[in-house]
Design a protein around this ligand. Sequence first.
Ligand SMILES: C[S@@+](CC[C@H](N)C(=O)[O-])C[C@H]1O[C@@H](n2cnc3c(N)ncnc32)[C@H](O)[C@@H]1O
Length: 470
Amino acid sequence: MARYEGRVVFVRHAIPGEVVRARLTEGGEQAKFWRADVVEVVSASDYRRRHIWKLADSLRADEMGRLPVGGAEFGHITDQHQRRLKGQVFRDTLQRIGGISLHDLNIPQEHADGEVHVEDISRPHSNGLHWRTRVSFAVDPNGMLSMKPHRSNDLIELRGMPLAVAGIHESRIFSADFRGAHRVDAVAPGGGRDLTLVVHTVAQGQDQEGLRARLHTLASEDPSIANVLLAVAAPGSANGRPAGRRGRNQRGRRSDSTSPARVDYELLAGDRTVSEPLPVGPHRGSSAVQLRPEGFWQVHRGAPEALVGVVGEMARSAAGEAVVDLYAGAGLFSAWAAQQVGNSGRVLSVEAADASSRSAEELFAEMDQVRILQAPVERSLGDVRSFLAEDGRSAGTVVLDPPRAGAGTRVIEGLDQTDAAQIVYVSCEPSSFARDAKELISRGWRMDGLRVLDLYPNTHHMEAVASFTR
Ligand SMILES: C[S@@+](CC[C@H](N)C(=O)[O-])C[C@H]1O[C@@H](n2cnc3c(N)ncnc32)[C@H](O)[C@@H]1O
């Protein structure tokens, strides 16, 4: 953050302490703050390195007269310093939004100095490259896979994506023709070589036919493409190409980007299943979770194992007890919980999305102690309360892993009214975590465990796992 004549300017691609020249990317007299990108480094930080990805490097992008692509905005900072900065952001956000100081908490050794130490989970010497098993690409007018600069609609053609695992980065999809599509999701299950593509289109008639034919050819010529799914947004549904936050659909009714999209999926190649190795539970080693390609799975190839490890260390649940897994996806933490509580315990797994909930149903079909509930968490709080109160068992653990927006007051209030003895909160967004943590603490909960993991190297994102008890 810099100041220019009193106004705050958020400068991307700089490192605190540097002197840089930056070009304004958003401004105007009326704007509360401005945004800018670094175009020249006058006095460099000791932690600056040549950016790991040319297209995302603001310096080289400026020489070429364009903006850098988003998605690797920390790539010019040494790995260790990235984590130091993320730790500072986490600590400051907790303080600013939650009013929570690490010094006031009874949390382990690692943060005793008042700092948040962000843990590396990537392979040694990887420079934070080749960890993404899932990437969403835009498609430019020539049908080439592309990405956008931060807060811009420009499309920049890609020849690879170095944060992605080799199965995606080195794939032939970067020379394929996706004309007729507006988005392509590439998934490399288990970080391996086999690819699943979900190709999104709003095209009709001949344009859609042409796309379908090219996808058939791509799948038949490239043996590494295991599955291809065409996702066709129904005309007039509030999906397709996002044209702005609110707009009018073809029937003239108001629609907004939060309305459920009506998308029809058509399988063009493969069997519509993505098989991800499960790092836990009775399934460990021998089996995997079968996901629908459009369902949620952690993005870093090492994340499932790392997160389950940390949640397992923090949770106090024992055999015979109850665990509730909220925002459960396909059941990663439910699988851990089922193993932890054993046959005499019980697990309730709550997830709203149909694709993920179905995967969980299949995964736990033979395990009577796991109950799957497909519903929004905010409407399931009564079920959670009765589940934890059943049999008069007092101990119960809730694993809470909401999307970026966090759980929110209603959910926190609802959880406070259950018999849960512990909440293990998994968060990918420090600000919503700080807000929810503040709510919990104001209701008498204590934060007694905190780990922050670098699940998104070369970006500003991070993942926290915290324990709350009362
Ligand atoms: C961060 S993911 C976590 C998934 C899972 N815990 C995992 O690690 O694989 C959040 C999940 O919450 C689901 N979700 C989003 N809003 C929800 C809501 N209101 N109620 C229930 N689930 C929701 C999403 O579909 C997604 O699967």
